[in-house]
Ligand binder design. Structure first.
Ligand SMILES: [Zn+2]
Length: 154
């Protein structure tokens, strides 16, 4: 999923549980569950891993994704009376952290992260490998709708 989706779900979870530690834990767990829904990025990660020439596209996608997520979180934080900034923040941190670890592994290839990468992609690819992926365009549209709905819960 996009980082904005993970961040928004983390924030909503934080709001719901009302405790920073639980917000982090459930936000973190939510990442794996939400990633199981096919969301159109198989082609992008194949581009990154296999077709070196198309790497730039995959990297650009991640850059755009990250900056949009930052903007979105800032907009929410600046326009709402967030009940607890702490649970809001820790929910978001938990929600996006797994993808930070994936990114760190791509950069460092640190062997001690391998188990986590396997775990992440076990969930991420669970249905995609069995049923195939959906077009990225539709997946992003669906996430925009989901985010529009979820932000009303904050
Ligand atoms: Zn992920």
């Amino acid at each position: 999923m996009t980082l904005t989706t993970h961040a928004t779900i983390g924030a909503v979870i934080g709001h719901a549980v009302g405790n920073p530690v639980l917000a982090f834990i459930f936000g973190f767990i939510s990442h794996f569950i939400v990633d199981m829904v096919p969301h159109g990025d198989t082609g992008l990660s194949d581009n990154f891993r296999i077709h070196k020439r198309k790497r730039k596209r995959a990297v650009a996608y991640v850059i755009i994704d990250a900056i949009v997520a930052i903007f979105f979180v800032l907009i929410i934080a600046n326009t709402r009376d967030i009940e607890s900034v702490r649970t809001f923040s820790w929910g978001i941190v938990g929600g996006v952290l797994p993808d930070l670890i994936v990114g760190l592994f791509e950069v460092t290839k640190a062997p001690f992260l391998k188990w986590f990468i396997r775990l992440h992609f076990f969930f991420h690819d669970f249905f995609v490998h069995r049923k195939g992926d959906v077009p990225l365009y539709y997946a992003i549209m669906a996430q925009v709708v989901l985010i529009a709905y979820l932000q009303t819960k904050l």
